[in-house]
Write a new protein. Structure first.
Length: 152
């Protein structure tokens, strides 16, 4: 089984495969890191806020097939869909890419992109790179993602 860890302070998303070693109650040594990518949880002021710290079970995949491969990078979810997790009291919380090609919806200026990561805000989701989502999706096909850990 695989799982994801979003470390807010590092602005990184990790894909890991079990097992991992719990060294101390507040410290876990992740030994099977499959990938590590830039990520953020910057949210729109009209959203319900950032994703709370905690552990959340995997729910489903939303492929977002409403656009073609030429325009998908400019969409809110990118080219590789949205991995959804169950977050109590919140709706449609996921991890996705997006907003890396094209112009901003509001300003008409090009998107701010850093290390392949679209820097535009989300409605609560964690945004990462299309490369990360492609690898996460492939891994899920052979080793199901069970949960995400969101932490400082």
């Amino acid at each position: 089984m695989s799982f994801l860890v979003f470390k807010r302070s590092e602005k990184k998303l990790y894909l890991l495969s079990k097992p991992y070693r719990k060294i101390h109650e507040n410290y876990v040594k992740y030994t099977n890191v499959i990938g590590k990518w830039p990520a953020h949880n910057e949210v729109d002021s009209s959203s319900n806020g950032k994703w709370p710290d905690g552990t959340y079970p995997y729910e489903r995949y939303n492929p977002h097939l409403e656009v073609d491969e030429l325009t998908c990078k400019s969409t809110a979810y990118g080219c590789n869909g949205n991995r959804m997790f169950t977050v109590e009291g919140r709706k449609s919380m996921g991890i996705h890419a997006g907003r890396i090609d094209g112009v901003s919806d509001r300003s008409g200026k090009p998107y701010n992109v850093k290390d392949g990561l679209g820097m535009m805000v989300t409605m609560g989701c964690i945004r990462t790179t299309d490369q990360a989502m492609e690898i996460i999706n492939k891994k899920h096909d052979t080793d199901k993602i069970t949960h995400v850990i969101v932490k400082k």
